[in-house]
Write a protein of this length. Structure first.
Length: 277
């Protein structure tokens, strides 16, 4: 039986290289994390899972990451809409500034945000008399995650919005649809898969973020300690098994949430007639 010809030759070689690359970069390190976490035993695992300090840090990391990602979806969509649909002075500068969190070292971002929102900072000194405390609170952590996560939403939604045919909006308007109906019935369903992807990327980045959060968090036990800080603390104590166990817990929770997000994205793609890749 003759082998079926393919448009692109070298499928076997490409697949082998992809699997080898994936194993060396992703699968083997993750497997090592799981194997190392087994050294702690069931008693040690239960001690970590029942530790109030670690549970508080996990709750803080995941809750702030989810809130920041949701805020980024709203403001990222508005920013992408302005960059695609409108022309204004300084548009290229604003477009370039969106990528600033990618280029800026996270520690520098954390120090800058802390100096701005500290009680004696440029903005914090005006918020403090109003009873609004940003630095060294979960609000400051959420703000830092918003800063580092918004480019993911903008750069994910922007090309989809640019490729959106304006004829669809014109046809809907000609058929009697108002602006609200056009946005909710035509534009948002098409943008929904991209918005979900941006949310997932911003969330995944925020959960494990350390550099930009550690300064503005204040690291107060049971209040503003993030989960990555717990891992670093265990590593500094040479408790590698405990550190990897916390990392495994974060990994399992993150994978479960991202898997559910992927299912929602696939459902949204089928609704719009676009196959999820």
């Amino acid at each position: 039986m003759s082998q079926r010809s393919r448009v692109l030759p070298g499928f076997g070689l490409s697949l082998g290289f992809t699997l080898a690359y994936l194993s060396l970069i992703v699968l083997i390190p993750l497997s090592a994390v799981f194997i190392k976490s087994l050294d702690i035993g069931w008693d040690g695992l239960w001690e970590i899972l029942s530790s109030e300090r670690i549970l508080k840090s996990l709750q803080l990391s995941f809750s702030t990451a989810i809130i920041a990602a949701l805020i980024n979806v709203v403001f990222g969509l508005l920013l992408a809409w302005c960059l695609v649909r409108y022309s204004f002075p300084g548009k290229r500068i604003v477009d370039a500034l969106v990528d600033l969190p990618f280029a800026l070292p996270t520690a520098v971002a954390g120090i800058a945000l802390t100096s701005l929102y500290a009680p004696t900072g440029w903005l914090g000194q005006y918020l403090e008399p109003l009873g609004i405390k940003v630095a060294y609170t979960p609000i400051g952590i959420t703000l830092a995650l918003i800063f580092i996560g918004i480019p993911f939403v903008v750069r994910t939604v922007q090309p989809v919005l640019a490729d959106l045919e304006t004829e669809l909006e014109e046809a809907a308007s000609a058929l009697g649809a108002n602006r609200f109906q056009i946005i909710t019935k035509i534009i948002l369903p098409i943008l929904l898969p991209a918005l979900i992807t941006g949310f997932a990327l911003a969330f995944a980045r925020g959960v494990g973020e350390y550099g930009s959060v550690i300064f503005i968090a204040g690291n107060q036990p049971f209040e503003t300690e993030i989960a990555p800080l717990m891992i670093i603390s265990r590593l500094e104590e040479y408790d590698y098994a405990g550190a990897t166990t916390i990392a495994v817990v974060m990994l399992v929770i993150s994978f479960t949430i991202l898997f559910l997000i992927n299912l929602v994205q696939a459902w949204a793609s089928r609704r719009t007639g676009r196959t999820a890749q």
